[in-house]
Design a protein around this ligand. Structure first.
Ligand code: EPU
Length: 418
């Protein structure tokens, strides 16, 4: 197994280019199950989670080939409808296969995802919506078994806006009989990206990007070409990297409009942020000011950047309050940051961070993707030698060549075998 080693203290400088978004690429790949023919997907990031969904889809009969920098996907001859425990346990987002398999094959058998490090993460809202659309669903031996001859459109209210839940039901509804109205739907950019792809396939969808999405079922879909949106969480992680190291970096191939909540918080923390159409420049302040944040559904502050922002606040002037409202256990990074000298007190869903002058290098590890990213950021400013971040398979699930990109910005960071 590999680890990432960082010698802190370098200011980030230069330019970095953002990869396609993991959380947009996964549903878009799942959507390729909806119809045959060759789909052409551009900007699919090279990540472990992408390999995982590709493996499951290959077992279902989907063919993949790389052609001219794009991933081509063909689901002409599906031979199965099952996502097995061994793969689903490594990636909960496998649940995204449920809606398209049911719509295309009338059957799906997906291992029920368990909880993960950040919370229990139930999928009851996905299942409730599919039942409302006429699916027959039962749980047996740890698997969700779903059947439906043809799904019917339905009025669906999500008790909580759920990102993959909204995506799953959108995919199930595009070929359902009649119209489906999703209320209190998630409006994250990744949901909009999937809606764009589905429209290119011939689906009739309106309202994505708001909390009400209306889908009129169609009889036929066609393969399409689609380019994945830039990863706003990767971009945000580099923005925080610039702020924490008092760096000066340009972030290319990103969509600043997807990061307005982070831009505002970084400016309050003293950073200078210039946003262009598809790029941004960030200059970190000499002294970082403390700022409170509360995670919220889009366009609020993303839970996927909470850990990274907490690292920034760990070296800010003064106290900040960080509230996590999306997941019940998303402070896994706190005990590791404390080992690097951070002063953080947790009280339920709130973390009170008392900014310190410095952090110190230490061996650390985390059991979650974004928590691991927060430790890399801490390593970039830690004093006193090498910070070693262990268990980096979490990072490899969601960040494309993170150490290469930070190295390109002047950080002393590399990967070593354990
Ligand atoms: N929830 C339910 N029932 C459901 C579905 C969700 O109670 O049936 C609850 C969850 O427990 C949570 C809240 O609703 O408290 C929101 O969860 P959501 O369903 O929106 O999360 P998700 O779809 O499982 C996606 C991202 C996560 C990201 C969240 C929130 C993907 C593949 N994953 O998860 O990304 O944190 O939305 O924005 O899109 C990551 O990339 O590190 C990551 C965890």
């Amino acid at each position: 197994m590999d680890k990432i080693v960082i010698e802190g203290g370098k200011r980030l400088k230069g330019a970095v280019s953002i990869s396609g978004a993991k959380n947009a690429a996964l549903p878009v790949m799942a959507a390729c199950l909806l119809t045959g023919g060759w789909h052409r997907l551009k900007r699919i990031p090279r990540l472990r989670d992408i390999q995982t969904i590709q493996r499951i889809m290959t077992d279902l009969g989907t063919a993949f080939k790389e052609e001219g920098g794009a991933l081509e996907v063909n689901s002409d001859h599906l031979t199965g409808y099952q996502a097995p425990y061994d793969l689903v346990k490594t990636m909960r987002a496998s649940i995204l296969l449920l809606g398209p398999l049911l719509a295309r094959c009338g059957r799906a058998k997906i291992s029920l995802p368990g909880g993960c490090a950040i919370g229990a993460r139930p999928i009851n809202l996905h299942l409730k919506a599919l039942v409302a659309m006429g699916a027959d669903i039962y749980l047996e031996h740890g698997y969700i078994n779903a059947r439906a001859n043809r799904l019917n459109g339905a009025n669906i209210f999500f008790d909580i806006p759920t990102v993959t839940g909204t995506e799953n039901i959108m995919m199930a509804a595009v070929t359902a009989r009649g119209s489906t109205i999703l209320k209190n739907a998630a409006n994250e950019p990744e949901v909009q990206d999937l809606a764009d792809m589905l429209r290119s396939m011939g689906a009739d969808i309106e309202g994505d990007g708001t909390d009400t999405i209306v889908i009129q079922g169609v009889n036929h879909l066609r393969p399409c070409q689609h380019e994945i949106i830039p990863d706003r969480i990767e971009a945000g992680t580099f923005m925080i990297g610039a702020a924490i190291t008092r760096g000066d970096i340009t972030i290319d191939a990103c969509l600043p409009g997807h990061l307005i909540s982070l831009v505002e918080k970084l400016e309050l923390a003293g950073a200078d942020v210039d946003t262009g159409d598809r790029c941004m420049t960030i200059r970190g302040p000499d002294r970082i000011q403390s700022v409170d944040i509360k995670t919220m559904p889009y366009p609020g502050f993303p839970t996927d950047l909470q850990a990274q922002f907490m690292t920034l606040m760990a070296v800010a002037d003064g106290w900040s309050m960080i509230r996590e409202t999306i997941f019940e256990n998303r402070f896994i990074h706190v005990s590791e940051l404390r080992r690097m000298g951070a002063d953080i007190e947790i009280n339920g869903s709130q973390a009170l961070v008392k900014g310190k002058d410095r952090l110190f290098s230490a061996p650390v590890m985390a059991t979650d993707l974004r928590a691991s990213a927060s430790l890399v950021l801490a390593g970039l400013v830690a004093e006193g030698g090498r910070t070693e971040v262990h268990r980096i398979y979490h990072l490899d699930r969601g960040y494309e060549a993170i150490e290469e990109k930070f190295k390109g910005l002047g950080a002393a960071i590399w990967r070593e075998s354990e």
